[in-house]
Ligand binder design. Structure first.
Ligand SMILES: Nc1ncnc2c1ncn2[C@@H]1O[C@H](COP(=O)(O)OP(=O)(O)O)[C@@H](O)[C@H]1O
Ligand SMILES: CC(C)(COP(=O)(O)O)[C@@H](O)C(=O)NCCC(=O)O
Ligand SMILES: [K+]
Length: 279
């Protein structure tokens, strides 16, 4: 079994992948913490032959985790942001400072779709762009839904947006605090994504397919007007591309990858942008 670990600022996600069949056998998530108990927080390591890790948590958490894993598993791969990988050129002035989850998302998106807009709706919402030739442009970082809500300190932190609620309902003015906050932060997130996407496609003269991941991807997806695909395993896809271990991975296959969404034409994107400027 291969253990893939995606340590975010809020949640640490894991999945177990069968190295022979490429099937995902199990998955889970726990709050990001300093110490791990194999068999409780993460799977029992007896069945694990290799580990691949993406971590944006504090360096101490990563060190602790890698130390623990290396005592039990020989093959431990830790992803880092680099200046170039798999045909993608990192757009950061200091490439190693780009969050590795963003880098892996960009690599997975490029491997799947070529040029792309990779959006990760987690603790932060990150919006990264890769051009068809592989140049990563850099991106945008916005506080995530939960962070926005907590920063308001209005006592609404425990009332999440109902993922089943209609996108239209979230556009209505709230008539109680929890709705005003939920509708407000939802609009802040989706309008930022819609606008940033259009601006960058306009600047670069290319309509890019959009891919969405992260804990809030499903709810955010309802308000994103641009054609897009939700890809819960996008960061894992980057780990597979970066450290291919199975036959399928060496052939470029990423488990759970969606169909590439067909972007609307650049003319339409530009018309939408021009229209929104008039309002
Ligand atoms: N069951 C859940 N538990 C915690 N957070 C959730 C849950 N469902 C959705 N979320 C949202 O997902 C975010 C965490 O998503 P994730 O992509 O794992 O973030 P990160 O990678 O930053 O840890 C939270 O900030 C919250 O807004
Ligand atoms: C922007 C992030 C906090 C997003 O992390 P997440 O919300 O997935 O936990 C993370 O990618 C990070 O710490 N990046 C380093 C700064 C940068 O990318 O510029
Ligand atoms: K994120």
């Amino acid at each position: 079994m291969i253990l893939d670990l995606d340590i975010g600022n809020t949640l640490s996600k894991w999945r177990l992948k069968d190295a022979d069949s490429s099937e995902i056998r199990s998955r889970g998530a726990v709050w990001t913490r300093e110490e791990w108990r194999p068999g409780a927080d993460i799977p029992d390591l007896d069945v694990v032959e290799a580990v691949r890790i993406s971590s944006v948590a504090r360096a101490a958490v990563l060190e602790e985790t890698v130390g623990l894993l290396r005592r039990r598993v020989r093959n431990v791969h830790v992803a880092r942001s680099t200046a170039e990988a798999l045909g993608v050129v990192n757009g950061y002035e200091e490439p190693e400072r780009l969050g590795v989850d963003r880098w892996l998302g960009a690599l997975a998106g490029y491997q799947l779709a070529g040029g792309c807009c990779a959006v990760d709706c987690g603790s932060a919402i990150t919006i990264d762009f890769v051009l068809p030739g592989g140049q990563h442009l850099g991106g945008f970082i916005v506080p995530g839904l939960r962070l926005m809500k907590e920063s308001l300190k209005l006592g609404t932190r425990n009332v999440a947006i109902d993922p089943e609620s209609e996108a239209d309902a979230l556009l209505e003015p709230g008539r109680r605090t929890v709705d005003a906050v939920n509708h407000g932060i939802y609009m802040a997130a989706v309008s930022a994504i819609n606008r940033i996407y259009s601006e960058v496609c306009d600047q670069e003269g290319v309509a890019l397919p959009m891919l969405l991941t992260g804990g809030d991807a499903r709810v955010v997806s309802r308000g994103v007007q641009v054609p897009h695909a939700v890809w819960p395993d996008m960061v894992y896809g980057g780990l597979e591309a970066r450290f291919p271990l199975t036959f399928a991975e060496r052939a470029g296959k990423m488990a759970g990858a969606p169909r590439v969404p067909e972007p609307v034409s650049l003319e339409k994107i530009r018309a939408g942008l021009a229209f929104s400027m008039l309002l």
